[in-house]
Design a protein. Structure first.
Length: 299
């Protein structure tokens, strides 16, 4: 089963012992899930990027790029068009992992989201025919890459800007001692739980501003709603326990080699309590001098 971006179980590349120094990143995923955006993001992060080259040329190309340009960070885009690569994916990846410091980033999204994106852009799917059937066929064809992926990112709720920021936070060289990038998400349980979460907290036990006149139409990012949520002793006690837990976990995550974690807070509709909690947690994270990415999915 694919190792999702959350949890991220991959050791830092510096800690891996391989025979060659080139860091090779394969970027792949379902059409419409954001591969082009991700490739541009890693290019901005310092990778030399190549899109869809024949698998037989990958090894020699990496050697040539490293020799001529001095680049030791190379990203290769692979999608459904690269039949040679997909035909024997496990053997190809095994060879590349032996020779290079290899990571695989795989992007996906919910089928209905992919259908909507294709209809909005009016672009045909690479496999043609019915969108739903093409998406299902592509997912099956790319299953080997997904299974071998070191990181899987579900882009269903991400804008292109948010995806670029997230990918950059993972692959850009870290400045100072910002060893861990943190994604903090608020959401509503009635709309479903976000995928690929490391830590999930249910805050539906807190008093709900939805039933307070004057607060229902506001969100948790509004000071009036936040003041209401944090005026209750249970909220203050909850925050102390969560901050204590994160204060304990974060140093251990860093020592274990994690570069990215995702933390989600959910309430009923995702408009009031969870956004207020996320905004407060973000201030706690900021004090730890870590990169963070905030997503209010349903507010």
């Amino acid at each position: 089963m694919a190792k999702r971006e959350t949890p991220d179980t991959v050791k830092p590349l510096a800690a891996q012992k391989k025979s060659r120094g080139s860091h090779v990143l394969i970027v792949s995923g379902l059409s419409g899930s954001g591969k082009t955006v991700a490739l541009r993001a890693v290019e901005d992060a310092g990778f030399y990027c190549v899109d869809n080259i024949p698998v037989s040329l990958i090894s020699s190309l990496i050697d040539k790029i490293s020799l001529q340009s001095g680049s030791m960070r190379i990203a290769i885009g692979i999608d459904i068009r690269e039949k040679e690569f997909l035909g024997d994916i496990n053997a190809v990846i095994a060879v590349l992992r032996k020779k290079f410091l290899l990571q695989i980033l795989y992007l996906e999204a919910e089928p209905e989201v992919l259908v909507r994106r294709f209809k909005e852009t009016r672009r045909p799917h690479p496999l043609g025919g019915s969108l739903e059937k093409a998406i299902a066929a592509e997912k099956k064809a790319l299953s080997g890459l997904e299974t071998n992926a070191d990181r899987v990112i579900d882009t269903s709720t991400l804008t292109p800007h948010e995806l670029r920021k997230l990918v950059t936070s993972i692959y850009a060289p870290k400045a100072g001692h910002k060893d861990l990038a943190v994604s903090i998400i608020s959401f509503g349980f009635k709309y479903g739980i976000p995928q690929n979460i490391d830590l999930l907290f249910d805050v539906r036990f807190l008093p709900n501003p939805h039933f307070v006149p004057g607060l229902r139409d506001l969100t948790g990012r509004n000071k009036k709603v936040a003041d209401f949520v944090f005026s209750h002793p249970a909220t203050k006690q909850f925050m102390k326990k969560v901050e204590d837990l994160l204060g304990f976990l974060i140093p251990h995550y860093i020592r274990e080699g994690k570069s990215y974690i995702s933390i989600a807070f959910g309430c009923t509709g995702g408009r009031h309590r969870s956004p207020a909690i996320v905004e407060e947690i973000s201030r706690f994270i900021a004090k730890k001098n870590m990169d963070q990415h905030i997503i209010h999915r349903d507010s």
